[in-house]
Design a binder for this molecule. Structure first.
Ligand SMILES: [Zn+2]
Ligand SMILES: [Zn+2]
Length: 756
């Protein structure tokens, strides 16, 4: 990331001699000169003069004897001592210096849509193999002109060894085609003007960016958003948007200081922000949720397009992944035309090939801290430095939903970007290819593979199919808690609270809401949500009537009868025969699993509260319930903690359901109902943590699991735990949903190696 050139520049500036090199442990600098100048060097390196991307975690210094015959400062090659890892960095948003040049008529890269430097531009997405050098990137096909080459080879230039360096004379170009691939505009200015014109006219554009194609429409034009939804066959899930400036985003959403910092950071993720009620964003962009998903321009092309659009008053664009439903993001020109030809009216293409498709990352805020919901562009492949590394390479296969995988190489846990849901065949292929790509890129040869306990997971089957390796299976929720420990470089034990959809348990039941005493070495199931029967396999996660019936039957016991609750159930499932079949399934235990899933409880409560009856996308009903919460309501529904013999402590929500149904019957406001439900869960979880703390004599709690993507619940639980004197850990740099599973698996397997 331009660290060595920065060191070089400062050392030369101060007249110091010596050298700099980097390896897997970090950067080593040897300096010779007056003590005063050496100290100035350190100050400048730590403060103002380091590259924007660099983050100095620790800095150790030691005196050494004078070195004779040293009369200059040099950058020594790191290829002999370093590994691939120190070379491949994430894709970084266009830096301020490059933006200035982009707008500077006298600069030879004036209005060049691929301007970049050592501090910005594509990296991970264009690297094919190691070492990270231009011939091994997709830039290899472009022969540098003299002007670019002189910057590339000049050690004091901002573009020294910036592999994607290029200009209008020698680098990639943009063009625009119709949906049939016929060129409708060429030349930068014409392409941008025509794309802007089409977007203003309400058309759908496919625009190739850094990590893949986006499908793009004017976010202020409801008809255009509707067209995109219809063509993409995506009815409900909120769309992400891009805006030109913080001021624009501030018009539409609440942007506090913490959010500003993340939005303008060099990773440039999508950030979830509370909507402003008066916002003029098209209603169809994000219905049924309380937040908008915004990112700022991160490629020069975005900046140029917005400059044109703003002249016509368009300052926000829907920028959604260029793919079909849950398939992988499309990054190749011909494939884009083939697959997205029926969705987009025009295609803004370029000829800088994307080798790795990388989705936009997503960040939201928990307890005032930025937390990743999806970790991809801008963050991958930065490793987690883990104290308890393994001498032997390890591969962690991850989970099946929101899959990521992870390699352990010495003290580094290298996680992949968001891959997707493996049940889609295209995504599964992409998963297998990506694993191979990582093996090459980071030179890993794992002899141990760690995967989920679920025998039906595609990731488990993949792991079991690899010959000549040892396979270790790790329980899903233990991996969730381990992901928190890995992030904080801890080994435990801690009290783990997992609030999750579903994960395979050691007793064959489907676990979800769990309390564990867990370390990286072992876990004990201290408590869980009382099991309830769930009928209908995969449908149980979509049709809210299924968990609703189970939970009401459990809450009312013998007093339950379909007729008695017809007034409520008919709203959720009008087909009475179907209600009857499901109820019978539950009673007779046909195609039924026992579960402690919390996600399905949310589905049931949302449905009973009248917020919908079907998850068209994952967590639609839980998100609607969260969005409905009236934050002024502090009261909670009742619950009980019960314990029988040596069984784990159970959270019993029967009272909650009875009180909930009474509230519905009395037409209490939905905001109050949603709040009382969330507050009840928060209180129950904290009560559980207190029991565990007494039993295990510890007061650190780690939170993880997909349900903690619910900001209201997470914030309430953290607030209550802190008030009780607990120290609270939660996922920040990795998602608390299944996107973090691989990291946890990797940490557990690495620890097992340490103990062997
Ligand atoms: Zn730059
Ligand atoms: Zn050039």
């Amino acid at each position: 990331m331009g660290f060595r050139p920065a060191v070089y520049r400062i050392a030369r500036d101060l007249g110091l001699t010596g050298f700099v090199y980097n390896d897997t442990k970090g950067v080593t600098v040897e300096l010779q000169g007056s003590r005063e100048r050496v100290e100035t060097f350190l100050e400048r390196l730590k403060a103002s003069d380091k590259p924007p991307m660099a983050d100095i975690k620790t800095c150790e210094t030691a005196d050494i004897a004078t070195v004779e015959d040293e009369n200059e400062f040099t950058i020594t090659g790191s290829d002999s001592t370093g590994t691939a890892l120190s070379h491949v960095t994430p894709d970084i948003a266009t830096c301020r210096d490059c933006l200035c040049e982009l707008a500077d008529k006298s600069d030879f890269r004036y209005r060049y849509p691929f301007i970049n430097c050592t501090n910005c531009g594509p990296r991970y997405s264009i690297v094919k193999t190691i070492p990270y050098d231009r011939p091994n990137t997709t830039m290899s096909v472009f022969q540098m002109c003299d002007q670019c080459a002189s910057q590339y080879t000049n050690v004091i230039d901002r573009r020294f060894h910036a592999q994607p360096v290029a200009c209008a004379d020698c680098g990639p170009k943009i063009w625009l085609t119709d949906s049939g691939g016929n060129r409708i505009a060429s030349g930068t200015d014409e392409v941008i003007a025509e794309t802007a014109r089409l977007l203003i006219a309400g058309k759908v554009a496919a625009i190739k960016g850094i990590g893949g194609f986006h499908l793009v429409v004017n976010a202020l034009d409801n008809q255009a958003v509707k067209t995109l939804r219809e063509r993409k066959k995506r009815d409900h899930k909120p769309f992400a948007m891009m805006a030109y400036s913080l001021e624009t985003i501030g018009k539409y959403a609440i942007v506090n200081e913490a959010a500003k910092k993340v939005l303008t950071g060099c990773e440039s993720p999508i950030v979830l922000l509370d909507k402003r009620t008066e916002a003029k964003i098209a209603p169809l962009v994000a219905e049924g949720v309380s937040s908008f998903a915004f990112m700022l321009c991160y490629a020069p092309l975005h900046h140029m397009l917005f400059e044109k659009l703003r002249q016509s008053g368009v300052d926000a664009l829907v920028m959604t992944s260029g793919n079909i439903s849950d398939e992988p993001l499309i990054c190749k020109n011909d494939l884009a035309l083939e697959r997205l030809g029926s969705i987009a009216d025009a295609f803004l293409m370029h000829d800088r090939q994307i080798h790795r498709q990388v989705d936009d990352s997503i960040v939201h805020f928990i307890d005032g801290q930025p937390v990743l919901l999806r970790r991809a562009r801008g963050y991958v492949p930065t490793p987690v430095l883990f104290e308890h590394g393994s001498a032997q390479d390890i591969f962690a296969a991850g989970g099946d939903l929101k899959n990521t995988f992870c390699f352990v190489k010495q003290n580094q846990l290298i996680c992949s970007e968001h891959i997707g849901d493996l049940e889609d065949a295209e995504v599964y292929h992409h998963y297998v290819d990506s694993i191979e790509h990582f093996r090459g890129l980071f030179e890993v040869k794992p002899q141990t593979i760690v995967c989920d306990l679920h025998p039906g997971y595609f990731s488990t089957q993949y792991a079991l199919s690899v010959p000549n390796v040892r396979v270790v299976q790790v329980q899903h929720h233990w991996a969730h808690i381990a992901s928190v420990l890995a992030e904080y470089n801890l080994t435990g034990p801690v009290i783990g609270l997992e609030c999750d959809g579903t994960g395979y348990g050691t007793d064959g039941a489907i676990w979800g809401c769990e309390c564990m005493i867990a370390s990286l070495e072992k876990f004990e199931r201290f408590g869980h949500l009382a099991y309830y029967p769930l009928a209908g396999g995969d449908l149980a996660g979509k049709e809210a009537i299924r968990p609703t019936l189970s939970l009401l039957m459990q809450a009312y016991g013998d007093e339950f009868a379909l007729e008695r609750f017809g007034w409520l159930l008919d709203r959720i499932e009008p087909d009475k025969a179907k209600q009857k079949i499901i109820a019978e399934q539950i009673v007779k235990n046909i195609n039924v699993v026992q579960t402690s899933s919390l996600g399905r409880v949310f589905d049931a409560v949302a449905a009973i509260a009248g917020l919908g009856s079907y998850n068209h996308f994952e967590a639609q009903l839980p998100m609607a319930l969260e969005a409905a919460v009236d934050k002024n309501i502090e009261r909670a529904y009742g619950f009980e903690l019960t314990k029988v013999d040596d069984e784990p402590v159970q959270i019993d929500l029967r009272r909650m359901f009875v009180e909930l149904v009474d509230d519905i019957a009395q037409h209490r406001p939905v905001g109050e109902i949603a709040a009382r439900f969330h507050n009840c869960l928060a209180e129950a979880l904290v009560a559980m943590a207190k029991r565990a703390a007494e039993a295990a004599k510890m007061n650190t709690v780690a939170l993880s699991g997909g349900v903690f993507c619910n900001r209201y619940l997470a914030n309430e639980v953290i607030k209550l735990l802190k008030a009780e004197g607990f120290s609270v850990l939660f996922n920040r740099h990795f998602p608390s949903n299944d996107g973090g599973i691989a990291l946890g698996q990797a940490a557990i397997a690495a620890m097992a190696k340490v103990n062997e």
